[in-house]
Ligand binder design. Structure first.
Ligand SMILES: [Zn+2]
Ligand SMILES: [Zn+2]
Length: 178
């Protein structure tokens, strides 16, 4: 029976079978002669492929939005893989150093996912609290612009309520159980 014609180019594999499609190539990194597995392969091995970007051509950053609306991610840095909040990471890249825990990064326009550098501000934790409290709407107290008389009445009422609560609590403790 005649042998079927091989559809391939007739390149011999290591056993002398003429079944190879692709010619050997020279590795773009180390120059060694290798047998490509795909037509598009340019490197002999994975280490050689990675070297083309200084060993860094793995995926450097992945980002997602966390349950609180902040962008969070995993990045490859000099410290290895790190889990970071994007606004803090942007500030760290800008300053060229890591942030301490008491250093907060504030979103000037209040949009948690707007992490452009000019929307971010580095604050100490106390400055940050002050910043947010200044925007806070107080439902009671000084922001109500009460007259001195009204403030006095309210203060008395609260004092009375407080002492009533206290009396009620004492009565409960002293009441016989049964
Ligand atoms: Zn190579
Ligand atoms: Zn803030």
């Amino acid at each position: 029976m005649p042998r079927a014609e091989t559809p391939y180019s007739g390149l011999a594999d290591t056993w002398g079978r003429q079944n190879r499609k692709l010619h050997n190539k020279s590795c773009a990194e180390c120059g060694s002669d290798f047998r490509p597995r795909r037509a598009g392969a340019s490197y002999c091995s994975r280490p050689c492929a990675r070297k083309k970007n200084g060993g860094q051509n793995v995926q450097l950053q992945t980002w997602w939005v966390n349950s609180k609306g902040y962008i969070e991610g995993r990045v490859l840095t000099a410290q290895g893989h790190r889990r970071v909040k994007q606004h803090r990471f942007v500030m760290e890249c800008h300053l060229g150093r890591l942030l301490r825990e008491d250093e907060h990064v504030h979103h000037r326009n209040g949009v948690k996912s707007d992490n452009q550098l000019d929307n971010l501000e580095l604050l100490s934790s106390s400055q940050h609290t002050r910043e947010h409290n200044s925007e806070r709407v107080y439902r009671r107290g000084y922001k109500l612009n009460l007259s001195a008389a009204e403030r006095g009445r309210r203060s008395e009422r609260m004092a009375r309520r407080h002492s009533d609560n206290r009396a009620a609590a004492l009565a409960k403790v002293e009441a016989p159980r049964g």
